[in-house]
Design a protein around this ligand. Structure first.
Ligand SMILES: N[C@@H](CCC(=O)N[C@@H](CS)C(=O)NCC(=O)O)C(=O)O
Ligand SMILES: *[C@@H]1O[C@H](CO)[C@@H](O)[C@H](O)[C@H]1NC(C)=O
Ligand SMILES: *[C@@H]1O[C@H](CO)[C@@H](O)[C@H](O)[C@H]1NC(C)=O
Length: 224
């Protein structure tokens, strides 16, 4: 256990890409923590108490103090626990890592969600186009093995959703958005990332995730 780390709890669900970001950061820092599994269909009093605003996971609780929103939590972990830096040290590089991480949630994930979970043809096609456009920016931004350089950093953690979840969405829907021929560098990065030992042990198993999203897509089409 890291010295003086205090009591660390993580409220989450195993399949969530946002929760997974926090798991990766905790593992990279070597922090021991208790995982408290939430049922999002019947949220616990603990979750409602610690995240009354959004009522979402992940919530990190450090010495009884809650922190919400995955990217904010990863930054908190970086500042609260020494060693194995996740963010670059140089202010401009730090700003860029934060900029692109926000871009992943605001643009990439928003577009992918539109492409995957919309029934309306026109909207879905728009989602596909916006996804391709957003991924191209990341393809151009990738200059080394990882976004963080030789080691995994903040943006790699934020982008795990692209490396692991997007291919699952594609398998479920048959959409072709993130492919090795369209995005060779980003695809290579995704393979390096998901095979990195710390990432590998942090990712939720693939089969149940596939089944879960298959169910969601089927429920969506049935509601048409
Ligand atoms: N922006 C949030 C997103 C978190 C999020 O969407 N969590 C989902 C699970 S993947 C959730 O708790 N949903 C419950 C709900 O919306 O009621 C973050 O980065 O932490
Ligand atoms: C929700 O969870 C609470 C506490 O864990 C339990 O007592 C209650 O029966 C659950 N409600 C439903 C509808 O499952
Ligand atoms: C990624 O590209 C590098 C350099 O071309 C190569 O050595 C490596 O094997 C590739 N990784 C994967 C997982 O394809």
């Amino acid at each position: 256990m890291a010295e003086n780390q205090g009591e660390v709890k993580l409220l989450g669900v195993r399949g969530s890409p946002f929760v997974c970001r926090v798991v990766i950061a905790l593992k990279l820092k070597g922090i021991e923590y208790e995982f408290i599994e939430e049922n999002l269909g019947n949220k616990s009093d603990l979750l409602l108490k610690y995240n009354p605003i959004h009522k979402k996971v992940p919530v990190l609780v450090h010495n009884e103090k809650p922190v919400s929103e995955s990217l904010i939590i990863v930054e908190y972990i970086e500042e609260a626990f020494k060693g194995n830096p996740i963010l670059p040290t140089e202010p401009y590089q730090r700003a860029l890592a934060r900029f692109w991480s926000k871009f992943i949630d605001d643009k990439v994930f928003a577009a992918v969600r539109k492409a995957v979970f919309t029934l309306d043809e026109v909207e879905r096609e728009k989602g596909v186009e916006e996804s391709l456009e957003a991924l191209q920016f990341l393809e151009n931004e990738l200059k080394s093995k990882f976004f963080g350089g030789d080691e995994i950093g903040f943006l790699d953690i934020a982008a795990t959703i692209i490396a692991y979840w997007v291919p699952i969405f594609q398998e479920v829907t048959g959409l072709q958005i993130f492919t090795s021929d369209k995005f060779p560098k980003l695809y290579n990065w995704s393979q390096e990332l998901i095979n990195h030992p710390i990432i590998k042990e942090s990712l939720p198993p693939r089969e149940p995730l596939l089944a879960f999203f298959k169910g969601r897509i089927e429920a969506l089409s049935a509601s048409k």
